[in-house]
Design a protein around this ligand. Structure first.
Ligand code: 13P
Length: 364
């Protein structure tokens, strides 16, 4: 059982580790702009915009046309398949626009969640069929990293041992296939914030889930230096009556990571999980000032918490595009500071940035 067959050459390992380190260089994080067509429908409906291919293109253009200020705070952008092949108004492919800023292009490769029969509403994530071929094609088309999202739920009966094991294993299979194709896998076992559980329960579940994920990655011979982890922060459930400070959230989060994530992993890129823009920035900052040893880069891979203000500034109007891009740049810069533990907070969470972005049973 202990015999080792080489999975990757030294050159392949170096390429993967270089990509991962570029994405999480100090002060940099990830823009998750990989919402599926269905998730975009929800985002665009909120601002009264029809969910057409052209409107999705116009919206992504707002984010991708941000100027060189984002070079220092955005290390990677995650695309959805459709967006990989779209172009800006002037004909420049979106992939090119991102690469020209020195930002690494990523691609969502999972095909969404499906029920795990015999569980209390739990899921696994599909998309392994043909994954190697898709990764090879995306690599040719300019992507150097990928994302695969698994979802776990906290309730009295969940997550079950089956859901923990199955999701860890599918993440490891995905990660192994990506690495064989020169793609850095972002491993995302998201524990949803739905429920009234307290901070301790979320920490306990996060530790069990992450421990299972790293056991599976080891079993599948995944090269950890060439991966990134995308976890939830450890937070109380959305309906938990007890409130916790950013320092308590940071301590619970870093403690859970220290107990389960090997130091060989170069970076942990948190999802925002329905926190408001400002909350996600303040909590990330607290994580980066937490008085515990932190051997990994701790940064952001936010979807909602980087886009909410931009989306509401745009409202589907061409005349609002520049203002919307500015809103995105503002959040990117704030989170870049938070990734360095240098964000002081806006002191005002009454505006759009202070609004909860929670969606029950969130799909992506
Ligand atoms: P949120 O930051 O909106 O939670 O989403 C990030 C993401 O990519 C989830 O898969």
């Amino acid at each position: 059982m202990t015999h080792q067959y080489p999975a990757l050459t030294a050159e392949q390992k170096k390429e993967l580790s270089d990509i991962a380190l570029r994405i999480v260089a100090p002060g940099k994080g990830i823009l998750a702009a990989d919402e599926s067509v269905g998730s975009m429908a929800k985002r665009l409906n909120q601002i009264g915009v029809e969910n057409t291919e052209e409107n999705r293109r116009l919206y992504r253009q707002i984010l991708f046309s941000a100027d060189s200020r984002v070079k220092k705070c955005i290390g990677g952008v995650i695309f959805f398949h459709e967006t990989m092949y779209q172009k800006a108004d002037d004909g420049t492919p979106f992939v090119q626009m991102i690469k020209d800023k020195g930002i690494v292009v990523g691609i969502k490769v999972d095909k969404g969640v499906v029920p795990l029969a015999g569980t209390d509403g739990e899921t696994t994530t599909q998309g392994l069929d043909g994954l190697s071929e898709r990764c090879a094609q995306y690599k040719k088309d300019g992507a150097d990293f990928a994302k695969w999202r698994c979802v776990l739920k906290i309730s009295d009966n969940t997550p079950s041992a089956l859901a923990i094991m199955e999701n860890a294993n599918v993440l490891a299979r995905y990660a192994s296939i990506c690495q064989q194709n020169g793609i850095v896998p972002i491993v995302e076992p998201e524990i949803l914030p739905d429920g009234d559980h307290d901070l301790k329960r979320c920490q306990y579940v996060t530790e069990k889930v992450l421990a299972a994920v790293y056991k599976a990655l080891s079993d599948h011979h995944v090269y950890l230096e060439g991966t990134l982890l995308k976890p939830n922060m450890v937070t109380p459930g959305h309906s938990c009556p007890t409130k916790y400070s950013p320092e308590e959230i940071a301590m619970a989060t870093v403690t859970a990571l220290r107990r389960t994530v090997p130091p060989a992993v170069p970076g942990v890129t948190f999802l925002s999980g329905g926190q408001s823009e400002e909350e996600a920035s303040i909590n990330l900052n607290a994580i980066n000032t937490c008085p515990l040893m932190r051997p990994w880069a701790l940064t952001f891979s936010y979807g909602r918490a980087l886009q909410a203000s931009a989306l509401s500034a745009w409202r589907g109007q061409r005349d609002n595009a520049t203002a919307a891009t500015e809103e995105f740049v503002k959040r990117a810069e704030v989170n870049g500071l938070a990734a360095l533990g240098k964000y002081e907070g806006s002191g005002d969470d009454s505006g759009a940035a202070g609004q909860s972005l929670y969606v029950a049973n969130h799909a992506y």
